[in-house]
Design a binder for this molecule. Structure first.
Ligand code: AMP
Length: 609
């Protein structure tokens, strides 16, 4: 058999130089030998010699081309006994050049795609607006391995969730000892959400004076006024403010922005329900209000402070300069939600992660809604209500600052930790895996705890659903959304005319038919939330259209017991879905039954029960 070996005095050369390879072959009978030259771009000559029993075929490359780095050099031989071959890689060195650098594309992360060619492989670095771009876990260069393109390297400068702060010029610099190259491209990831969307200045800007007022908090408020004067003022304003408060909270409290958009006006609803054949004009609404809890707000020109359960509370004002946006978390009808770092929020930590909800397209009416929502959120303080830190109102857009809940909304979380997570491409499955029964009970008990608190304030949520709860570290769940956005879940709402959106699948018959929202209608919704938890986030009545769902609910049909739901929990659901509101369970009892179940979860058999 032919024995083939390639010998080369020198294997590495700069482009344009000369190289010689000798292919030495032995074998009996003497083999025929040849070089594979069909791909060669360089000029070449061959010369055959015989020395003793060894046949030598020299290949001389002249004015070598870097394109020949693409292929290995192969010498092949053959005789009657069989074939033989040897291969060597070519190493033709040349200065690096950038083949292309393109504007960023949104992939999983944002990517500035580029291709560079050079041998030896170049060092790659970046400038951002002319200054060195620091690398981090969020900004990094990655080459795409295994692309058979010779010395050409393809890669990306990746940016993980860039914001407007990352907009600018990105310069790619490559160097490989023989040369260097650079190219610049602009990256524009998003518009600055804090830039005025009102260039003509039509929206009145909050005055400094009022900002100062807002910045007051419990500690800084002036207590120098005598108790007697305070009492006198209080007495004079009390009656007037009672009227104001009832009007505010009953009409559109935070939950106010939400109501205005989600539930629409009574006229809208009356017309649409009549249109849908749901009886005559609905009776006057019987809305739960905060009236007993928030009995003495003291209004100031921009914001007001409230007294609740003997505590005096003011909306905290957060300076825009203390907020550094990191990236977008989600988007709702009222604006985007961002993750941000916020300085000076708490005395014990320098900076904190927060979620910022911005209010886009603020007009006078949405500004007022925003203000009322902030006032209400300031008052709602409970371990299972998402913490509200304050507002940022010095400029546009208006923003609310909330505690950051790492795992986002509960509905997505349930789907990501359910049996269909893969189908739904909810990527962040580990480390929790599929939710267990004790974990589901724990989630339900926490929401119930938040609802006990709201009910103690006579506060009616009206839109309790897993999409409006948030999940933090350690499976902490809080009621987190009082309705500022609903885009991604728009199919959960039924648009019944202009702006009116109703979460009908979570509503009891009396809310659907008569727009009656009470603590008892929240209980019904809580039952639906339990159903959502035990179905890993399915949409209630997912098999039905909106009007079919309305029909089923009003005719008294119940959601089916989920496969993973123990009897004890199903009984709770059924207790929430009593047609008569007064017959429904009360939230305190539901909470204590859930707490008991968390302590000793029922043993249940999925199929047999
Ligand atoms: P929303 O406008 O409240 O519906 O929020 C839109 C999305 O932003 C939600 O579905 C969450 O995924 C995310 N989000 C809202 N608030 C927070 C928060 N406090 N912490 C983390 N993510 C949040």
């Amino acid at each position: 058999m032919p024995q083939v070996s390639i010998v080369a005095p020198q294997r590495t050369i700069r482009e344009g130089g000369n190289l010689t390879f000798v292919c030495k072959v032995t074998g009996d009978p003497i083999p025929t030998v040849w070089w594979h030259t069909e791909h060669l771009q360089s000029n070449y000559t061959t010369q055959e010699t015989i020395s003793g029993a060894t046949l030598e075929l020299a290949l001389s490359l002249v004015d070598v081309s870097s394109k020949d780095n693409l292929y290995n050099l192969t010498c092949e031989a053959e005789n009657r006994a069989g074939p033989g071959e040897d291969t060597v890689p070519l190493d033709i060195q040349f200065p690096v050049t950038i083949l292309w650098l393109r504007e960023p594309e949104q992939q999983h992360n944002w990517c500035f795609p580029f291709a560079v060619d050079g041998n030896p492989a170049p060092n790659i670095s970046w400038l951002y607006n002319g200054n060195p771009l620091p690398r981090s876990g969020f900004i990094y260069t990655q080459l795409i391995p295994d692309i058979e393109d010779g010395s050409v390297q393809h890669g990306c400068l990746f940016l993980n969730k860039p914001t407007h702060l990352n907009n600018g010029d990105y310069t790619l610099i490559v160097q490989n000892g023989l040369g260097s190259d650079r190219d610049t491209v602009n990256g524009n990831f998003m518009d600055n959400p804090f830039e005025s969307s009102d260039p003509e200045g039509l929206i009145p800007v909050t005055t400094n004076r009022s900002n100062e007022h807002v910045t007051e908090n419990l500690e800084t408020r002036v207590f120098g006024v005598s108790v007697a004067v305070g009492l006198a003022v209080f007495a004079c304003t009390f009656l007037l403010l009672m009227v104001l408060v009832i009007n505010k909270c009953g009409q559109r409290s935070k939950f106010g922005i939400h109501r205005a958009s989600v539930l629409g006006t009574e006229d809208d609803l009356a017309v649409s329900l009549r249109f849908m054949n749901f009886g005559a004009s609905p009776p006057s609404s019987d809305e739960g209000t905060l009236d007993s809890g928030l009995s003495s707000f003291v209004e100031n020109p921009q914001y007001f402070c409230g007294i609740i359960k003997d505590k005096d509370m003011c909306v905290q004002h957060i300076k825009r300069q203390d907020i550094v946006l990191k990236w977008e978390l989600g988007e709702g009808a009222f604006g985007k939600v961002y993750l941000a770092e916020c300085a000076n929020l708490s005395p014990d930590s320098d900076k904190m992660l927060v979620a910022i909800k911005t209010l886009k397209d603020a007009n006078e009416s949405t500004r007022q809604d925003f203000q009322r929502e902030a006032e209400l959120l300031t008052v709602l303080q409970h371990e299972h209500i998402v913490r509200f830190y304050g507002v940022c109102a010095d400029g546009e857009p208006l923003a609310m600052v909330f505690e950051y809940m790492r795992h986002g909304d509960l509905n997505r979380f349930l789907r990501a930790h359910g049996p269909d997570a893969r189908i739904l491409e909810e990527v962040k499955m580990p480390p929790l895996g599929q939710l267990t029964l004790p974990q589901m009970l724990q989630i339900a008990a926490q929401i119930a705890s938040g609802m006990v608190y709201l009910a103690s304030l006579h506060f009616v949520h009206r839109d309790l659903a897993t999409r409006n709860c948030l999940v933090g570290e350690g499976l902490v769940v809080k009621i987190g959304d009082f309705g500022m956005s609903r885009d991604i879940y728009s199919t959960d709402y039924y648009r019944v005319g202009g702006r009116t959106m109703l979460p009908i699948r979570w509503m009891p018959p009396e809310s659907i038919m008569y727009r009656k929202f009470t603590t008892e209608s929240d209980i019904w919704s809580f039952g639906v939330v339990l159903w959502e938890i035990f179905t890993y986030g399915k949409q209630p009545w997912y098999q039905l259209s909106n009007s079919e769902a309305i029909e089923c609910i009003t005719q008294g049909r119940e959601l089916e017991r989920p496969r993973t739901c123990p009897k004890e929990v199903h009984l709770l659901m059924q207790g929430c879905w009593q047609r008569e509101p007064q017959q429904r369970l009360i939230i305190k009892d539901i909470h204590s039954r859930l707490v008991a179940l968390v302590k000793s979860p029922p043993v249940y058999l999925d199929i047999l029960e």
